[in-house]
Each structure stands twice: as C-alpha cells, then as structure tokens.
Ligand binder design. Structure first.
Ligand code: ZN
Length: 523
C-alpha cells in the first residue's frame, strides 16, 4: 500500500483546534437550537474494510475548521479497515483514508476528511476543564444505534479513575490521563465518540464506550486532555492501516438500528413456523384422493408441498426476511448478554431445521423468493435466509471468507452439483471479477460500490461473502466444507468487491448443513 506522502503541515491540526467555529460559537438557547448548529458537525461514522464491507459504526464530530473528524479509535482500528465514511444530518457524505492523530490512552482518533476545502465548520475544544461542580446542564449529541441523530442532557461529573476502568476492562493501566468523566441522565446507545457540549457549543468531553464488567456508566474523556494530546502530537498523515490498536475494548455496533428484545425474536419464530405449514394439506403432506380431487398426485402426496408438509406461501418469505433482519440485529447487539444471544441463535435454528430437510419443490420455490428479494434495491441492512453452496474459501482483508453461491442447483441431475470437468466446463472454476465496481485509482483506496451487474445476477452468477469469524460456530461444530450446501439466516449488510468475486456481504446469525435433496424425477 502506498504511504501517504501528503504533508500535513504543522499548522493543520493546531489550526483545527484553535479556530472557533462560527456556527458552534453562536449561543444555543435550547436543544433544538443546538441541533441546528452543533448537530451539523456531528456525523455517523462507518468503518469499512478493503472489500467495502462495513465493520463498525460510531459517532464523530468535525473539529475546528472542518478538516478533521474526532471519533472513537476502537471503532476505526478494526482489522482490515481501509476507509471511513461520515454521514451528516443533511445527508451529505464525506470519506477519510487517513488519520492525523491518534491516542490509544484517550481512545480517540482524528481522521482527515478527504475533501480539500471543507464545506462546513466544526466544533472547538474547551481549552480547560471547567470546575465540575459548576457545570450545569451539558448536552451529548450522537447517532443512536448508528441511525438517528439524537441528543440528551445531563450533568458532567468526575468519573472513575483510569486505573479503575482499566481493571474492569481487563487492560493495562495507561499513563497520560488520570480519570474519566461521566455523564448522568439518559444516554445515547452505541454513540461512542459523541461530543459533550456546553451551552456555547464548545466541546467539554467526548463520550467513550468501554466494554467492561458492570458497564452502565456513560464515560467521557475530557476535551482538555484531547486538546493537549493533539498539540503535542507529531504532525503527519498516515494511512488507516497504520492506526494503532486501541487500548479500550469497545462493544462494536455491526448492524445499524435498534435491536429487538429476546421476546420479540422468539415470538416471531412461532408465527413463522405456523405460516410455514402447508395450507393445502395442513402439514400432513398427504391428501385423500377420494374427497379432494386435484389436490393430490398419483402417490397421494399434496400437490402444493409434494408431501413435505411445508410450503413457501402467503407472505412467508417477506415475513421471514423482516424477522431475519431483526434477529441478526438482536444477536449482534453490542453488550448483549450471552444467554440472550444463545436463545436467539437456537430460535433461528428451529426455523433452519425445517428448511434444511425440505424437498426439491420447496427449495425451488424458496430459491425464487430469495432471488426476488436480492434483485430489489433496498437499503441495508436487509434480512435474508438462503440456501447456498460453499463455492470458495478465500483470504479477505480481515480474515477468511466463505464465498457462497446462491444459485439453484441443477436439480435434473439429481446428484448434486457437477464436479470436476463438468464444473469447469460450466465456467465455475474460472475466478473473474464480475460486477461493475472498479478499483480506486489510488492504491489503498476502494471505489464506492454499487449493486452487482443485474445481468450477472439474472444469469445466476452472484455470491454472498461471509467472514468465517462471524459464523460463530457452536462448540464442536465444524465449518462448512467446500462444495457443501448450507442454509443460512443473516442480513445483507452491503455489496462487496473481493479480488475474485463480487456480490453481497452477509452478517450471519446462524447456519445449518442442508444437503441437496435427492430427486427421483424431474420437478
Ligand atoms: Zn401440502
């Protein structure tokens, strides 16, 4: 990767914090006013890997003259991080490929906004920490669940010592800071990196989520410590790949949006299982031919489900994907307790078990439903349940990836996918960069991704990429083997462009082996 040769110039960071932002300096009499002024500088932060897959969400804010965004180092220092995107309340987006400052002890990083001429001003850091007993109402502003700009009011108080937090987070005690601050009152979930501001709009502190035992405090780092650290930092821009490891473990937000409760996920499973039951035969698979002419085939099997007792009918699939999205969000919710997560996963196994043993008729109908879902242009994340063959296992930017082929199998052969020469003849062994996405002109950059080539998708040439590490396998269970078939529940979180494949990136919730059903005749 090419190193950034662009010189930052000693003044840049310093100017950033010294320049008072006109917008922020305006007196803000109430929360709505603050939203209109300060809110313009507070952005949602998405960290993406080299394949364009989002790996973490957080909150950040523009500093000073608007050339740098301050956010949680832990959300940026993800394995394989190649690009950070900012989204502002008015819908505008900015990118960052580089950072100008980072401090593992403070847990903060300053990312360089790519645009040369900043279009909006940022916030200024309070030079000193005011005596805490005199600080009345302060406002924290951040993106709740990575989705919605929100603000809360409270008081800023002295928090636990660094030593105390380090002990509870099970990390080494860093030097350089003495104590955290904390904010009482309500908090904005997952909005780590949010500025805590006074009534003039100056930043007093920066919220920092730390994963630790008995979490429950809204911790914050004093802005004066950040300012001091910024002023003493060597002035240089570095590529994101060089961002140092954060000291503080962060509960990572992987799916945007508020997670459901365990009860909601479990209730969904029951109604889905009921709607799966074949309406024609009531789940029996057989229909008495004597009284129900035309509803059974020669063998007495129900014509709708071909004897399976389950069918893709009456809005089952649309309901299933809505549930899958919520269940994925629920199971990946940061700081969720292990028992709730395990319950969500075993609930999804209940559904997958019914699907895994289904017959050819069912899997054909299901495949059509999946295809109908992915060709629609919908915002991410989007739930999906699909059958797929493990087409390849490749090394990705942040670990191994399973490349799953969602194409329907050649049922007519009745013996699973063709092997060896037949497969090569079908062009399947030829790795080629499909899709319309093109590589960025600069090394170390990634181009904005769009949907895969519609023609390729229509031709059945589409893949799903799933990071192996995310397929949290139950103890003792093996990863799926190459060429084996599985059924998976998860959510589409983005498009992706790998070295050899393109398609959709999936954050999985659960999967089961789903061998091809044998066919005795042409469906
Ligand atoms: Zn039936």
């Amino acid at each position: 990767m090419r190193l950034f040769t662009l010189s930052l110039g000693l003044g840049a960071v310093l100017a950033s914090i010294a320049v008072a932002a006109p917008a922020a300096a305006a007196p803000a009499s109430d929360a709505a006013n603050l939203r209109n002024t300060v809110g313009q500088s507070v952005c949602q932060v998405t960290t993406l890997n080299k394949w364009g897959i989002p790996v973490a969400y957080s909150t950040g804010f523009l500093l000073g003259d608007g050339r740098f965004v301050i956010t949680d180092l832990g959300a940026v220092a993800q394995p394989g991080a190649a690009l950070v995107q900012f989204q502002f309340i008015d819908g505008t987006k900015e990118d960052a490929w580089a950072f100008g400052f980072s401090d593992p002890a403070l847990g903060l990083v300053a990312l360089r906004v790519k645009t040369e001429a900043p279009s909006r001003a940022g916030l200024s850091l309070a030079p000193t920490l005011p005596p805490l007993e005199t600080v009345g109402n302060v406002t924290a502003m951040g993106w709740r669940w990575g989705k919605q700009l929100d603000w809360v009011s409270g008081r800023l108080l002295r928090g636990p010592t660094i030593k105390e937090v380090a002990k509870r987070a099970q990390v080494e005690t860093p030097s350089g800071v003495d104590a955290f601050l904390r904010m009482d009152g309500p908090r904005i979930e997952t909005a780590t990196g949010s500025p805590v501001i006074d009534s003039s709009g100056a930043v007093l502190a920066v919220r920092l989520d730390v994963e630790m035992r008995d979490a429950g405090l809204a911790l914050a780092i004093p802005a004066s410590s950040l300012r001091q650290s910024l002023l003493s930092a060597p002035p240089e821009l570095k590529a994101l790949a060089e961002v140092p490891k954060p000291l503080w473990p962060l509960p990572i937000l992987r799916v945007k949006g508020e997670p459901p409760t365990l009860q909601e996920v479990l209730a969904g499973v029951q109604s889905l299982k009921q709607s799966l039951v074949c309406k024609l035969c009531g789940g029996k698979g057989k229909v008495g031919r004597l009284f129900h002419r035309g509803m059974a085939n020669d063998e007495g099997n129900c014509i709708l489900c071909q004897g399976a007792g389950i069918a893709v009918q009456d809005g089952f699939y649309p309901n299933l994907v809505v549930w899958a999205e919520q269940a994925t969000r629920g199971a990946w919710a940061p700081a969720l307790d292990d028992r709730a997560r395990a319950s969500m996963r075993s609930a999804s196994q209940e559904i997958l078990r019914s699907l895994a043993t289904s017959n050819v008729q069912f899997r054909r109908m299901f495949g059509l439903a999946v295809f109908g879902e992915i060709v629609r242009s919908v915002p991410f994340p989007r739930g999906l349940v699909f059958f797929a063959r493990v087409r390849d296992i490749v090394e990705g930017p942040d670990g191994r990836y399973f490349i799953l082929d969602g194409k329907n199998p050649p049922w007519d052969a009745g013996q699973g996918p063709p092997k060896g020469p037949a497969r090569r003849a079908a062009g399947e062994d030829v790795k080629r960069p499909g899709g319309r996405a093109t590589r960025g002109a600069e090394a170390g950059t990634i181009a904005p991704l769009g949907p895969p080539d519609p023609a390729a998708v229509a031709g059945g040439d589409f893949t799903f990429a799933v990071r192996a590490e995310d397929m949290i396998t139950t103890k003792g269970r093996k990863d799926p083997a190459q060429d084996s078939w599985i059924v998976m529940v998860g959510s589409l979180i983005s498009y992706y462009k790998g070295d050899a494949y393109t398609g959709w990136a999936v954050l999985p919730l659960e999967w089961l082996p789903a061998p091809l059903p044998l066919t005795t005749k042409k469906p």
